[in-house]
Design a protein around this ligand. Structure first.
Ligand SMILES: Cc1ncc(COP(=O)(O)O)c(C=O)c1O
Length: 406
């Protein structure tokens, strides 16, 4: 049974700060006690480095680290050898783009993406455009940021080597038809890179079923610690791809004549001491989410979002940009009020939202405004919080927003 009031007891931030309404889950999420316990358990009980020691605590750390790879493999349905731990999805996407550029792409090859992407899924490709002479082309998206399969088919040709896009976008919450896109891209032999930052925390993600070749996500957006991310890659592709970082832990051997023999994937991508406690905490977070059930989480959030969308649509002082999307954040502006001023006003009422361009700096070319407010929900939010939010949002006006500065 999915009982939100019981679930809320697992989160110290909710218990310690009942005054706050936290609707900034697209930026980062609260951590439940089992995640905190897992991190503290490592600090207090078996702090050691990994893959280097032969004593009891080091062996225990090795096991916890390796077990997390298995947990994540179960979480996204892949082989543990296909799970690379990184610092965050930004690091994952940089490794993927750089690695593809180094080992697979050539001048004139096309990378297809959309204008709704986060900077972390655009800038690494922009660099390849400069350094390697690849071309970047944008698949059109509709007024809700959704990319349609017919447009993807039109954009595909023999020169397209990569299709890179988010499953769920971070500003409008547009859900892209990734499985159909992957199928179409593979007919042309293109690799599919999925940004899972805003989807993996909120819905069941099965990389085999989706058919993607690479995927990334961040631990901190799914109740896990900061500073940890995952790079999923099909094993044969990971084996052929060069790592960005070289150093300890990732080489099998090297000699004075500059010869380096790398370990196999995934270790060859994990140079240096990893974020061990973060990885262990991520394992606890994935276990926690799976214990709630990813389908339950998705269903609960869908209903909560629909409730929120129906209420905010009734406010005359609010422009609501993504009423047709069924998941993801509620994105809006106070009419005639600068987004940051309105977010500051909500902040003065203890409501945490994000304002700005949300790192999707070219999306304004699609929605016609580059500053919005984003209220992003998670499974621990409630209808009562939405009601309190709506009461405050109804008061957003230029006068009220400016009054908080005086
Ligand atoms: C869609 C998307 N991709 C990538 C990122 C980057 O995430 P991180 O800062 O954890 O690397 C974000 C962060 O908000 C995002 O929303």
């Amino acid at each position: 049974m999915f009982d939100v009031n019981e679930i809320r007891k697992d989160f110290p931030m909710i218990q310690n700060r009942p005054d706050l309404i936290y609707f900034d889950n697209g930026a980062t999420t609260y951590k439940p006690q089992p995640v905190i316990d897992a991190v503290l358990g490592f600090y207090n009980g078996y702090t050691s480095n990994v893959e280097r020691g032969d004593y009891e605590t080091a062996v225990k750390a090795d096991k916890a680290y390796a077990d997390t790879r298995k947990i994540i493999a179960r979480f996204i349905n892949c082989d543990p050898k296909e799970v690379v731990f990184t610092a965050n999805i930004t690091a994952s996407l940089n490794q993927i783009a750089w690695g593809l550029g180094r080992s697979f792409l050539h001048e004139g090859d096309i990378v297809l993406t959309t204008e709704a992407e986060h900077a972390s899924n655009l800038l690494p490709w922009f660099r390849l455009e400069k350094d390697l002479g690849i071309k970047i082309e944008y698949i059109p998206v509709d007024h809700q940021g959704v990319c349609h399969i017919e447009d993807v088919r039109k954009a595909l040709n023999e020169k397209v080597k990569v299709v890179a896009m988010a499953h769920v976008t971070n500003v409008l919450g547009s859900v892209q038809p990734i499985r159909e896109i992957a199928e179409a891209a593979h007919e042309y032999g293109a690799y599919v890179v999925m940004d899972g930052a805003q989807s993996v925390p909120h819905r069941r993600t099965d990389v085999r079923e989706l058919g993607v070749d690479f995927m990334g996500f961040s631990s901190h957006k799914m109740c896990g610690p900061d500073g940890v991310g995952v790079l999923y890659g099909r094993y044969e592709l990971l084996q052929k791809m060069e790592p960005v970082f070289l150093g300890g832990g990732m080489n099998a051997r090297f000699s004075s004549d500059f010869n380096i023999i790398l370990k196999d994937a995934p270790e060859k991508f994990e140079a240096g001491t990893p974020n061990i406690e973060g990885v262990i905490g991520l394992g606890a977070a994935a276990e926690y989410l799976m214990s709630l059930g990813m389908d339950n989480i998705q269903q609960y959030e869908k209903e909560l979002r629909a409730y929120f969308a129906a209420k905010i649509s009734q406010l005359d002082n609010i422009e609501f940009y993504n009423p047709d999307n069924l998941s993801g954040p509620i994105t809006f502006n106070g009419k005639g009020v600068f987004a940051q001023d309105a977010a500051g006003y909500l902040g003065s009422k203890n409501i945490c939202v994000r304002s700005g361009n949300h790192c999707a700096k070219i999306l304004h070319e699609v929605i016609g405004t580059d500053q919005t407010i984003r209220a992003s929900l998670y499974f621990y939010n409630t209808k009562e919080e939405v009601d309190r939010f709506i009461e405050a949002a109804a008061q957003i006006s230029l006068e009220n927003a400016v009054s908080i500065f005086f």
